[in-house]
Design a protein around this ligand. Structure first.
Ligand code: NAG
Length: 320
């Protein structure tokens, strides 16, 4: 466990080029490709285990036999190249760094199940990882945990063109799912800044909110089913795509927001709302009741004026 200490924003993120922060604090340019620790001018991220008083629990370390077993389970999906392991060891804010020496890239739930069964028997620690876009360091190892990436689990399993129910693997990138359902006149019930690289499984595991939360509700409502692999390799199949399923315990809810502590989400069934016919954008401007400039207004007296823009307003301006 990491101590609950606020993470300092790294100085380079707030500084100018190289790797200047975009308008939302997101790195632009070369840093958009995460984990480029050796890029010139960018300091190496300190190891989490050196920065914080954390203690490694008595897990085993990965042996040659383990690597051979993984290679049998996921042929071609065992990464041990230190160069390739740099990025997945560092979090998006570049404040935490693990020292994992193995990354596994399964394609199916069965492969995830075999990996976890092996790790369970061998007492090896595992760190699931989606798009590694999290802001709280939950997606990177603290020590030498095996990184289990969902990057190759990116298939859409089914989509129902009337109900809008999408069933897909956990490693589907949110933006690609958005494009997929929008071509079919639906939209994803969530949208967020990291959509170009975050995985739907990670969204569910972290109970992501995002821009559409107020309109379409939380993932506790829009996720209809999940397939999860438990720590010992048991596959829990709650992947229903029935909208009105009132049977028994609603186990899937436990895994929404569980951050990988209870199992690895391998597939998601999610309800997509129909695509809105129009999208209107309005300027919101805060003025006081006398119409004075917002800066002179007393807090509490502000009201919001909504001014639709002709012909099709196209900006949201936020003044204080
Ligand atoms: C795996 O773990 C689950 C949950 O703890 C348990 O119910 C199940 O019996 C375990 N399976 C095996 C094969 O040990």
């Amino acid at each position: 466990m990491l101590p609950r200490r606020p993470l300092a924003w790294p100085a380079w993120l707030l500084r100018g080029a190289p790797g200047a922060a975009g308008s939302w604090g997101r790195p632009v340019g070369p840093l958009a490709r995460r984990g480029c620790c050796s890029a010139p001018g960018i300091p190496e991220v300190p190891l989490t285990r050196e920065r914080y008083p954390v203690r490694r629990l008595p897990f085993s370390t990965v042996s040659e036999q383990d690597l051979a077993a993984f290679e049998r389970i996921v042929p071609g999906g065992v990464i041990t190249d230190p160069e390739a392991l740099q990025a997945p060891n560092v979090d998006w804010l570049r404040t935490l760094r693990g020292c994992s020496k193995v990354l596994l890239r399964p394609r199916t739930s069965e492969e995830v199940s075999h990996i976890l069964r092996h790790c369970h028997e061998r007492n090896l620690a595992v760190n699931p990882q989606g798009g590694n876009t999290g802001m709280v360091g939950g997606s990177v190892p603290v020590f030498d945990e095996i990184i289990l990436s969902t990057a190759r689990m990116n298939r859409v399993l089914s989509f129902h063109s009337v109900s809008g129910i999408l069933v897909c693997q956990a490693g589907c990138v949110l933006e690609e799912l958005s494009r997929y359902v929008e071509e079919r006149d639906f939209i994803m019930p969530l949208d967020l800044g990291a959509k170009g690289s975050c995985h739907i499984g990670g969204n569910v595991a972290t109970n992501a909110g995002g821009l559409r939360f107020l309109r379409y509700g939380s993932l506790h409502g829009t996720v209809l089913g999940l397939e999860v692999v438990l720590a010992n390799g048991t596959v829990l199949d709650c992947l229903t795509s029935l909208r009105k399923d009132n049977t028994g315990y609603d186990l899937k809810q436990l895994f929404i927001g569980s951050e990988g502590t209870l199992g690895i989400i391998t597939a998601v069934s999610i309800l997509c709302p129909p695509k809105p016919r129009a999208v209107n954008v309005a300027f919101l401007d805060a003025v006081d009741p006398e119409g004075k400039d917002h800066r002179g207004a007393e807090p509490g007296w502000l009201r919001v004026q909504v001014r639709p823009l002709p012909p099709r307003g196209a900006a949201l301006r936020h003044r204080d």
